[in-house]
Design a protein around this ligand. Structure first.
Ligand code: ATP
Length: 284
């Protein structure tokens, strides 16, 4: 396992606004990291910094390169799909494959075609005539055929229905992820990525609120569902956040004595979505 990204005090200012504020984190090879935050939290700005697409202060190294000074070298090893990614609509699918074969040294056309054979996307179709779902399949085919060490996806499933979103993430993990590549996915759709992540980072108003492995989430956080009088006792113990449930409370704690909580109700590991709500300002 090697370090792919190392950020120390990464900051991006727009006038008085700090879109990314003193972010320090490490990403290791083989990680599938979810970058999760509300609208305007700084996700896109953080990803753009990693790619050298925006100026920043602080220290940042991505795949051993300085994103601002060695962008060309970095781009040889990175694949990025922006939330606003658009394919040239006037091209036919086959022409797109020709085009990317011509410009990208690590694009494997045969691999892309093999992937597309299992979809409804025909090489003869014009891109503008594809449905949204087919467009995603085409995007995925392009991504999977690029041999990149780091894949960065900014809101890759925006505007798609739940079936396509699920399929996108499933295929990403089953067909692309090989345990060595590193994937960073920014998304609002927390529930759908939860099962594929090895690491999770929460960002809120530019600050990293949480940056951990999924394994350590299990160790560090616990959720208690409790009803009746026990609910008040549970709320008296310092906690991260709480939600009302039928007849009681569901409360999330960090680093707490589980034996003490066990007598008050049912314990479980919080989902990423529940943890997100608790940390981003649920009922306290
Ligand atoms: N070029 C810019 N000039 C000025 N402010 C900017 C610029 N780009 C982003 N911002 C501001 O920085 C903050 C973070 O924006 P960013 O797009 O990184 O958030 P995000 O988490 O990706 O949001 P969303 O989920 O809505 O896409 C926002 O307040 C945004 O208005």
């Amino acid at each position: 396992m090697s370090t792919i990204i190392e950020a120390r005090g990464l900051t991006r200012r727009f006038g008085d606004l700090r879109a990314v504020d003193e972010a320090s984190f490490t990403v290791n090879s083989g990680s599938v990291m979810g970058l999760i935050g509300p609208n305007g939290a700084g996700k896109t700005t953080l990803l753009r910094s990693l790619l050298g697409l925006t100026e920043f202060d602080g220290e940042l190294e991505v795949l051993g390169c300085s994103p601002l000074r060695e962008r060309a070298k970095l781009m040889e090893q990175v694949c990025f799909i922006a939330d606003t990614a658009v394919l040239p609509r006037w091209m036919k699918v086959a022409q797109l494959l020709d085009y990317v074969t011509g410009i990208h040294p690590r694009f494997d056309r045969d691999h892309a075609e093999a992937f597309l054979r299992d979809t409804d996307v025909s090489l003869k179709r014009r891109i503008r005539d594809l449905s949204k779902g087919m467009m995603v399949q085409l995007h995925l085919a392009m991504v999977m055929a690029i041999d990149a060490k780091l894949l960065i996806l900014d809101e890759p499933t925006l505007g798609l229905d739940i079936l396509f979103r699920k399929r996108f993430f499933e295929q990403l993990i089953s067909d692309y992820y090989d345990g060595e590549r590193t994937i960073i996915i920014s998304t609002h759709q927390v529930e759908e990525v939860q099962n594929i992540l090895t690491d999770v980072t929460f960002i809120d108003r530019g600050k990293l609120v949480l940056s951990r492995s999924m394994e350590s989430i299990e160790e560090d956080f616990v959720q208690l569902d409790t009803v009746g009088e026990n609910a008040q006792r549970a709320m008296d113990i310092p906690h991260l956040g709480a939600q009302s449930i039928l007849g009681g409370k569901s409360v999330i704690y960090e680093d707490v004595d589980r034996a003490l909580l066990g007598s008050l109700g049912k314990l479980r590991t919080p989902s990423i979505a529940d943890l997100f709500v608790a940390m981003m300002g649920g009922e306290k």
